[in-house]
Design a protein around this ligand. Structure first.
Ligand code: SME
Length: 168
């Protein structure tokens, strides 16, 4: 059996690329292995978009804690009311940050990060975590990324829920 995955052709429109990512992600999701599947999610997005950092933070009941990610070391815990991640978590709304220095309370895990997008992960209408992506370029994320990541968030929600249950 071949285990080689082909990289996604990123010369297509971003909407098309997100569609292909969603298809590949669906084939990688294994609900019996939530941490492994989320590691695949982070690797797939890092490989496709070459972002500086991409990963998941999820609720442990009292704060957000880091889940599987790709990129440099990041904060282990984020209070619900802190940073871009906490803001997206408490408002249940995606946030596109063109310049992290302009976002009050932004948490700089890496000084190389210049722009960011955070998308809530919902289960039955309740926020259980967030997808966070960082770029070393200003103004890197747009509405296509928001829409694309929101659709990926619904694919990974059952995996993230499993991690939340480990701590609750
Ligand atoms: N910048 C985020 C913190 C997480 S790191 O970027 C990976 C924030 O302000 O919530």
């Amino acid at each position: 059996m071949s285990t080689e995955f082909l990289s996604i052709d990123t010369t297509q429109s971003k909407t098309e690329v997100y569609k292909l990512v969603a298809e590949q992600l669906n084939s990688l999701v294994d609900t019996t292995n939530p941490a492994g599947s989320l590691a695949h999610f982070a690797a797939l997005l890092k490989d496709t978009f070459q972002w500086w950092w991409i990963g998941v933070y999820y609720s442990n009941g009292s704060e957000l804690q880091v889940g599987p990610y790709q990129g440099p070391l990041a904060c282990s815990y984020i209070a619900f009311n802190r940073g871009v991640c906490g803001h997206a978590y408490t408002t249940a709304k995606s946030i596109v940050v063109p310049d992290v220095e302009e976002f009050p309370g932004h948490i700089a895990c890496s000084s190389a990060s210049k722009s960011e997008i955070v998308v809530p992960i919902l289960n039955n209408g309740m926020v259980i975590g967030v997808i966070d992506a960082d770029s070393e370029f200003l103004n890197h994320f747009d509405d296509d990324d928001r829409i694309g990541l929101e659709s990926l968030a619904s694919i990974i929600a059952p995996l993230v829920l499993s991690l939340c249950k480990l701590k609750n």
